[in-house]
Design a protein around this ligand. Sequence first.
Ligand SMILES: *Cc1c(COP(=O)(O)O)cnc(C)c1O
Length: 355
Amino acid sequence: MSATSRTLERRHQFASDNYSGICPEVLAAIEKANAGHASGYGNDAWTQKARELICHSFEANCEVFFVFNGTAANSLSLASLCDSMHSVICHEYSHIETDECNAPGFFAPGIKTIPIRGENGKLTPSHVERAVAHRDDVHHPKPRVVDITQATELGTVYSVAEVTALCKTAKKLGLHVHMDGARFANAVASLEVRPRQVTWEAGVDVLSFGGTKNGMAFGEAIVFFNRDLAENAMRRQKQAGQLASKMRFLTGQWVGLLENDAWLKNARHANSVAAQLHKALAKVHTLKIRYPCEANSVFVELPAKVTVALHERGWKFYTDVGPDGVARFMCSWDSTREDVEHLVKDIREALSGES
Ligand SMILES: *Cc1c(COP(=O)(O)O)cnc(C)c1O
């Protein structure tokens, strides 16, 4: 491998926050968890501590299950909430609808997602009401869950009032609320609220709490605020191949992230770098920013030739998350101001036709 391609591979990219490595707090915790022996399958001090820290962060007595990734966290949450005749109302751009290869229907056999529209990646109470009112007969799946993504797939954030209103409508219609929080930390950091305000106090029953994109090597937590719904969750977790045998390396990471609020520090940093990128790109008059920048990503309409030119310069980013022609630039806990300057310079040059 040439020196140049090695350099390119190490470059901080804006493709996804899962391109980043492990943050120092988590790495140190893994090292500590590695000392000596500990019981398997979560009967260990790290797992107990991680549970306590999550309950403490949410100021609630929750049931918590630690899994390897977000697809499992979402699917197992939905499996706990649904029977085979049920449906899940979600946004048309939600991860469960577009990016989980039918896993919800695999872990919860028979269930169907009902994708609906909503501006800036968000559901609204009236959209949910309309989706439920659409059919109420025995031939149609029975709506059972509203699935909210926080922060959304389009880089926006539901306010406390918006989540509360959605949950209120859901309860009125007899629906549970699941929150896909792969980027929950970024939402909390953006809103500057206590985690409980935008979850159980607002009416959320179950949260998929993301660790991977926030600075862990891997790991998400399923947090049941409504503990009754967790009755069979551990067996489902085991059956799904999501019960880690050396659990302490999963839960030790959570301890590293939650102790001293590293999770919020990481999220605040990623959000602030995205704000910097947003500000710089907003000054480029030939570019159109597509959505409000409220978390750690910026979505812009990019001419195809500019996308090609940026790819040629070694940049990686997604163009298939939102509508056609829209590129997503995602910031991580370790993105730097220099990374942003480098990217913006290349975008400006690509736009002006230089290469
Ligand atoms: C990344 C992500 C997930 C989790 O994806 P996995 O690849 O299964 O870990 C879930 N929801 C959203 C919104 C995501 O961005």
